[in-house]
Ligand binder design. Structure first.
Ligand code: G3H
Ligand code: ZN
Length: 282
């Protein structure tokens, strides 16, 4: 059933596993991720970036596709539709009114006070609608939908941000990067542990692609209850599309290359759910 992330993440936090956020780009992603979740009996978060929302025809189209697919596939596990890296109050409001069950307001590029002001406004509207809110402090490295960032470590301001805004979960940027890592990722686990003991909400890890299992497990042990994965699914999906088209240069039926690539997304998501420990938790 469609629900917010609040309870999902609180349960995950208590039971020491993480729920995966898997970003969607089109109907095949929705089908694959929901199938994986149902087979694994895992709660799941469908991440929608502003760019991907636009690509799919707007937030209303996204909600309609997800709801119809859940009905058609007989989805019983908990599912959240989450705006990923919402850039403004307006964007979050649009997603909330379109039926998203969760939003991220990413005001991490603003000053601390502006971040708090923007985030509080989103929380007020979101909670009126039973929608959960994620906020970010510090900057995730790499590039996501044109947003460039450097690596920066968030500090104990986290506690203040949580208390003054009422957010449901927090993404402290601790060295993770969007897209593939250049070498081994170096995550700020010491900071993560400190933040976890004082923040009072489940933590979120962005840039889930390419993080070794031992670091995933460490992050979960320090209160990370949501892990975002985007690039890994794109890599695996596109690899199959390329292979199929290279082997069949005459192929023109999109079903023949998107179909097998959909299976690659599903397999990748199943692997992540097992790694995050969310399988058989729904
Ligand atoms: O918000 C989305 C994620 O942080 C995705 O990161 O593309 O490195 O998996 P990734
Ligand atoms: Zn992210």
């Amino acid at each position: 059933a469609l629900e917010s992330m609040k309870e999902m993440l609180e349960i995950a936090n208590k039971n020491h596993y993480a729920v995966g956020q898997f970003n969607i780009n089109n109907l095949e992603y929705i089908q694959a991720i929901l199938q994986a979740a149902e087979e694994e009996k895992s709660p799941v978060i469908l991440g929608v970036s502003e760019g991907a929302g636009k690509y799919m025809g707007g937030y209303n189209v996204v909600t309609a596709m997800v709801e119809a697919t859940m009905k058609a596939q007989g989805t019983t596990v908990p599912v959240a539709i989450h705006l990923d890296h919402g850039s403004s109050f307006e964007s979050c409001a649009k997603a909330i009114h379109a039926g998203f069950t969760s939003v991220m307001i990413d005001a991490s590029h603003d000053t601390f006070e502006e971040n708090i002001a923007k985030t509080s406004k989103v929380v007020e509207l979101a909670h009126m609608h039973g929608v959960s809110v994620e906020a970010e402090l510090g900057t995730v490295g790499g590039n996501e939908d044109g947003v460039q960032g450097g690596i920066m470590y968030a500090d104990t301001d986290c506690k203040e941000l949580v208390e003054r805004t009422g957010i449901d979960c927090l993404a402290p940027a601790l060295g993770s990067v969007h897209g593939p890592y250049q070498g081994e990722p170096i995550l700020g686990f010491k900071e993560m542990e400190e933040i976890n003991t004082i923040a009072g909400v489940p933590l979120v890890l962005h840039g889930g692609t390419g993080i070794p299992t031992k670091d995933i497990q460490k992050a979960i042990s320090f209160g990370t209850s949501k892990i975002n994965v985007n690039t890994e699914n794109q890599i695996q999906q596109t690899k199959v599309v390329r292979e199929v088209l290279e082997a069949n240069p005459e192929m023109i039926d999109p079903r023949k290359y998107l179909g097998p690539s959909r299976d690659a997304i599903k397999d990748t998501v199943i692997g992540k759910m097992r790694e995050f420990g969310s399988s058989n938790k729904a």
